[in-house]
Design a protein. Sequence first.
Lengths: 290, 137, 221
Amino acid sequence: MIQASLKKQLHGEQGEFQLALSLHVAQGEFVALFGPSGVGKTTLLRCLAGLEQPEQGSIKVRGDTWFDSSNRINLAPQQRQVGYMFQDYALFPNMTVYGNLAFALRKGADKKRVYDLLDMMDLGELQHRKPNTLSGGQKQRVALARALASEPSLLLLDEPFSALDAQIRVRMHDELLRLQKHFGLTAIIVSHDVGEVYKLASRVMLMQSGAIVQQGIPIEVFSAGQTTGKFRFTGEILAIEPMDILCSLTVLVGNQIVRVVAMPDEVAKLNVGDAVMLVSKAFNPMIIKL
Amino acid sequence: MNRITGKIVAIESNAYMSLVDVAAENVVFTATLLETPETVEYLKIGNLVTLLFKETEVALAKNLDGLISLRNRFSASVTHIDAGDILSAIALDFSGKKLVSVITTRAVLRLQLAVGDQVEALVKANEIALMAGHHDH
Amino acid sequence: MIIDWQPLLLTFKLASVTTAILLCIGLPFAWWLANSKMRFKPVIETLVSMPLVLPPSVLGFYLLLAFSPAYWFGQWLDRVAGLRLAFSFEGLVVASTIFSFPFLVHPIQAAFQNLPRSLTDAALVLGKSQWQIFTRVLLPNIKPALLSGTVLAFAHTLGEFGVVLMIGGNLPNQTRVASIAIYDEVESLNYAAANVYAGVLFLVSFLILLAVYWLNRRAAK
């Protein structure tokens, strides 16, 4: 769906560096850009949306050329119509929740889409409220709904959940995945939260000073041959309970709930909602035929 | 999780698995892995690795005598005992490194373990996992 | 006592016309200043702010020279548009517009600059034109600044004296605004009339400013 290769000079905190990378994203894929701040993740998103212009390269989306430096083609953001979720939500303060969504509709689009989205995102009650009366999580839902109201085929998310607390973040992740599947969207998310990447993305690209240094499915990229454990799963912590001198972790792995034992000092660094990897030696599991 | 960093000093492998000897603090540990130097890049003699093993896999012995199949045994001194109803956590000092063993409180009583005791810690080779690099804390 | 209401009417006419023109020019100008990354922007900003620091008579003097048919600009205006700006109401409007420009532009420019850049970006990716963004996203979100800028420019025009005296003189129904009339009446020891003009200006200015502060306080809630 997306084929892009671009170059752009950037001024980072550690001086000048070049954003230079190529990117291929398949239809319906959910890709995460992961890396420390100031490596060009946001700039890459902005270049895709047309809010910034690369110095060199090309961006093709589903066969259409959005940008091509050699042919001097550069579609305006208005013509690209991607869905974009900004870090600061960027809700229009002068409009109500309903107004924000209605403003996002394409010309001639049915107003029903607004009501559908309000319904889907559970925003019906809030539709007459102005953004500055909403909580962080509510603003986030409105921002996502607004991004979807313009019927984008490509959704770009710039650290959309970084300001939310863990529980709301987990809920938003579920919501986002559901909507992404529902609308068959291709999505690119900028994140520096490992758990978030695990949960959302089918592919992660590690970025370092303007380049993609590694990519693959999150589990491979993040644990890339680091441990020799053969019995390895990632899951989300549902509960942490003290148990005598030890602690018990309840972890959701896929759709199974498992319990593992951990030492109190290991648990001190963990919170409910965190993504964890459970590793065991291949020798340990016992096998029972079903 | 217990972590000890050491250097790979020997690798014995067939087509499917390896016995990796890792020297750390004058003790040679052995880990059985379902990996071979062909499948895992860092399995090379001289490489720095971290041994990982769970607290509950560390057995303790006092005045150990005779032959034993366990590959990994090392002397340590007891620095703290946290006794629970069923299980107890025994903090060990192994050449300046802090390790923990979790055994039954019943065993603590039977061994008459006390802070300051010298004990032998035992870990089966197939309970030790390896991680590339230095991840000691 | 017979009071000539003409100077007061003329003052309000001048202030209204000037403010209307200022809004048309100043709004887009403030928006441009807020977004421009031009190298000469500080020079332009300085020029806009000059009326804040210059004695009004300096500005008036230069405008008088510029408008005078004896010089090329005045000649050119006369020939092309048949306009004689010196000692005319039109001249006063032009001078007041320049003189009150910073009062309108400054608060509005600051407000545009304070709006998060992401609002414009968000509207752009939603496919909105620059005009739609300006009228439906940016303007509605700088309402308080728009109000204070407009009112300050209006109130400032009401009170100007030096520029008007220099280029307008004291022609009844043409350029004799209230501030000039007050000076004139005092000169001829007609304190009662001066009192009426002064009182009206004082009261109107007070009420306008009060309204602005009150409205902005309500908007901030």
